[in-house]
Design a protein around this ligand. Structure first.
Ligand code: FBP
Length: 430
C-alpha cells in the first residue's frame, strides 16, 4: 500500500493551520519501492532511495526541511552515508536562510552595488556584486564547517577549492586534530552558484542559490599524505556528470523564500521559509511539472538574430499559435534562471538559454547551473537537454570542448516534456 501526500494533507501542510476543531490528521506514508530505479523522467537513477515516512505530522509545525532530510536518512538504513548528508543539507539550509536575510536587507545594510566599486572581476570576466562575494563566503564556510566536504566549486571561485577546515578564519590559532580532520573531510563535493541572477539583485528582482552535491569519486584524494591539496584531484572530484548528483536544488529569494530540492533524483520537494519561525516548511510535496503546461516560453529574445534557424522557426510557430497545441504561446523571462525555472516547474512550458552565433555554448554553466536544475526538472517529470538534444545530466564535463573546466557553459532547454520534445522536433526534421 502506498499513501503519498493527498490534497487535504497538502492543504494542511501548506500552513492552512487546522482550526482546533479539525481532528488531528495521522498521515501514513509507506516506503515506496518502485520496480525499476528510474526517475519520473524515465531515466536511470544513481541510487534508488526510499521516500521518507511521516507517521505523524505536527499540525502546527508541518514537515520541516531538516526533518525531511533526517527521515530520508532513516528511511534508507542500508545507506549509512546518507547520515553524513544530513549535516551537509543542514549547512546548505542555514546558508540559504542567511542569504535570504542578506538579500532582503541589502538596501538597508549597504550591501547593494558592485564589489570594490566594480573593480572585482570573477574568472568569467563578470563584475562581482558585493552580494556575490558575501553569499559565496556564507555558503563556502557553512559547507566547510560540516567537516564532510572534500572539494567545493563555485561560480565565484576561479578553481575548485579543497575544503580544509585549516583555512577557515581563525584556524591558525586552533589546535587541529589532523587525523580527525583528514578522516572526516573528503566525502562530498559541492558545486554551487551562490547568487544566481545577481545582476538583478539591486533591482529587487528574484535571485537564487543553485547547488549540487556529489559523492567524492572513489580513489580521489584531494589531500596527499602530507595534507597538501592536490589541485588536479580537486578538479577531477568536481568534474562529474549530473547523473552522479546525490542531491540537487535551489533556493529562490523572491516574495517568499522557497527551497526546492531532490534527494536522489526520484522526487522533487518544495519548502517555503516561514520567516516567523525560521524554518523551511514542506508546502509543495512531490512537485510534478505538467507534461504540457501553460503556453509559456522563457528565453532572451534579444539574441533572436543569432539563433539557429530551427529555434527561430519553433519560437515563431508557437508565438503564432501554430504549434502542436494550436495555442498561442506567451513570453515570460525574468533573466534570473532560478526564477524562470521555478515558474516553469510550477506552470510548465519551456525555458531556454541557447547557444547562438555570438556564444556557441550559451551563457549558463554546466556544473553549478544547468546540471542541478536538470536534476530537479527530471525529478519532477520534465526534460532537460542541451543545444544538441543531449540529456544535460549525461554530459561528461571532462569532455569539455571549451577548456573552461568547472566554468564550462552549455546551451540549455528544459521544462515540460512535450514542449522540449516539440522544440527538438524542429532540429530532428532537418
Ligand atoms: P549569474 O547571475 O549567476 O551569472 O547567472 C547568469 C544569469 O543571470 C541567469 O540567472 C539568467 O538565466 C541569465 O544569466 C540571464 O542572462 P541574459 O541577461 O543574457 O538573458
Amino acid at each position: 500500500m502506498l499513501v503519498a501526500f493527498t490534497s487535504s494533507s497538502t492543504a494542511l501542510l501548506a500552513g492552512a493551520r487546522a482550526p482546533h476543531s479539525a481532528p488531528a490528521v495521522r498521515m501514513t506514508a509507506t516506503v515506496e519501492k518502485p520496480a525499476e530505479a528510474k526517475n519520473p523522467a524515465g531515466n536511470d537513477l544513481l541510487m534508488d532511495l526510499n521516500e521518507p515516512v511521516f507517521p505523524e505530522v505536527c499540525e502546527y509545525a508541518g514537515i520541516t526541511l531538516s526533518r525531511y532530510v533526517l527521515e530520508m536518512a532513516r528511511a534508507n538504513p542500508e545507506k549509512p552515508e546518507l547520515n553524513e548528508l544530513v549535516s551537509v543539507m543542514t549547512a546548505v539550509e542555514r546558508a540559504c536562510k542567511t542569504i535570504s536575510n542578506l538579500v532582503r536587507r541589502s538596501p538597508m545594510s549597504g550591501l547593494t552595488g558592485l564589489e570594490d566599486g566594480g573593480g572585482s572581476i570573477n574568472v568569467q570576466g563578470e563584475e562581482q556584486k558585493k552580494l556575490d562575494i558575501i553569499t559565496n563566503t556564507v555558503l563556502k564556510n557553512a559547507l566547510k564547517f560540516t567537516g564532510k566536504m572534500g572539494v567545493l566549486a563555485s561560480e565565484e571561485e576561479d578553481a575548485p577549492v579543497a575544503s580544509q577546515p585549516s583555512d577557515l578564519p581563525g584556524a591558525e590559532d586552533y589546535e587541529w586534530n589532523r587525523e580527525v580532520i583528514l578522516e572526516e573531510s573528503g566525502k562530498y563535493v559541492a558545486v554551487f552558484d551562490p547568487l544566481d541572477g545577481s545582476s538583478n539583485v539591486d533591482a529587487n528582482i528574484p535571485t537564487g542559490t543553485i547547488f549540487g552535491i556529489f559523492e567524492e569519486p572513489d580513489g580521489c584524494n584531494v589531500l596527499n599524505g602530507d595534507g597538501e591539496v592536490m589541485d588536479n584531484e580537486c578538479l577531477t572530484a568536481t568534474m562529474q556528470s549530473g547523473n552522479k548528483l546525490v542531491v540537487g536544488g535551489y533556493c529562490l529569494y523572491s516574495a517568499a523564500t522557497e527551497f526546492v530540492m531532490s534527494f536522489g533524483g526520484k522526487t522533487c520537494q518544495g519548502f517555503t521559509l516561514d520567516e516567523q519561525v525560521g524554518e523551511f516548511v514542506l508546502t509543495k510535496p512531490n512537485m510534478k511539472i505538467p507534461s504540457r503546461g501553460k503556453p509559456i516560453y522563457s528565453i532572451n529574445e534579444a539574441n533572436r538574430w543569432a539563433w539557429d534557424p530551427e529555434l527561430t522557426e519553433y519560437i515563431t510557430t508557437i508565438q503564432k499559435g501554430e504549434g502542436e497545441t494550436g495555442q498561442q504561446y506567451t513570453s515570460r523571462y525574468i533573466g534570473s534562471m532560478v526564477g524562470d525555472v521555478h515558474r516553469t516547474l510550477l506552470y510548465g512550458g519551456i525555458f531556454g538559454y541557447p547557444g547562438d552565433t555570438k556564444n556557441t555554448n550559451g551563457k549558463l554553466r554546466l556544473l553549478y547551473e544547468a546540471a542541478p536544475m536538470a536534476f530537479i526538472v527530471e525529478a519532477a517529470g520534465g526534460a532537460a537537454v542541451s543545444g544538441k538534444g543531449e540529456r544535460i545530466l549525461d554530459i561528461d564535463p571532462t569532455e569539455d570542448p571549451t577548456g573552461r573546466g568547472v566554468h564550462q557553459r552549455v546551451p540549455v532547454f528544459l521544462g515540460s516534456k512535450d514542449d522540449v520534445a516539440e522544440m527538438r522536433s524542429y532540429y530532428d526534421k532537418k
